[in-house]
Design a protein around this ligand. Sequence first.
Ligand SMILES: C[S@@+](CC[C@H](N)C(=O)[O-])C[C@H]1O[C@@H](n2cnc3c(N)ncnc32)[C@H](O)[C@@H]1O
Length: 266
Amino acid sequence: MRTPWTTGSATIADTVRRALRRTADWIDIQWSLLDESLRAVAPAARGRLLDVGCGEKPFEDCFRSHVASYVGVEHADTFTATAAGQRARADVVYSGGTLPFRDGAFDTVLSIQVLEHTPRPGALVAEMARVLARDGLLILSAPFQFRLHEEPHDYFRYSPHGLRRLCEDAGLQVVDVRQQGSLWSVIGHKLNSYLAFRVARAGGLMQGMGKLGHEAPQRQRVRWWTLPAVGLGTVAVAAAARTMDRVFFDPEESLGYLVLARHRAT
Ligand SMILES: C[S@@+](CC[C@H](N)C(=O)[O-])C[C@H]1O[C@@H](n2cnc3c(N)ncnc32)[C@H](O)[C@@H]1O
């Protein structure tokens, strides 16, 4: 039975959970930069949107208000091994090398941190181009620097030139490239990953907060006694990395890139 007290404590627990999640997202420099770059381009999305390799659709809320429909597609070979796959939020799961949609079916194709997980990225970008309407927009983000994850399905990292080449080979033209952070974000992110995963072993804790859905379920026991120092340390590193990126921006280092591409005019 719900009483005012239980309703109140549920609300307090939810508020605390949301505040912890917001703090964890802020400390996670890669997540913050990715989120920032997606929010900046989301107003260009429209019509029917396909999220290729959607996982738990963590960025759906950035795009939802700009599009008429949001469909998430996943690949059976990789999805089932992830924590997200066990919580299953994909609308369509396919096997093989062909996206199960007709040519030109979508006005916007979105793919976030997926290209590193397919052994044939050229074929996947060609499929994205096939299902993209002639006047549609591809929004593609991929990491340039990131630790090993979703092993053994972790095959590549991408420079902006590599992403441009993949798009051009698929008959698309890149119209914008956005860098996600610079040298200090790379250093800060790697340091914070070490503190969180190796020192505090907090992977399972983060999955409990709804993060890291793209990883296999994390079963290591958290080292609770390290959390106060790791918490303070990661906040300090994230703050310093953001400041240094602003003051000493390095155009040759980045955590990743986001490209926008359209069909080449014929
Ligand atoms: C790092 S996760 C990213 C998930 C989600 N886009 C996000 O930003 O959280 C990579 C996802 O790509 C999916 N994937 C890998 N190869 C794929 C393919 N050929 N087609 C569709 N999804 C694929 C994996 O199953 C996995 O869920």
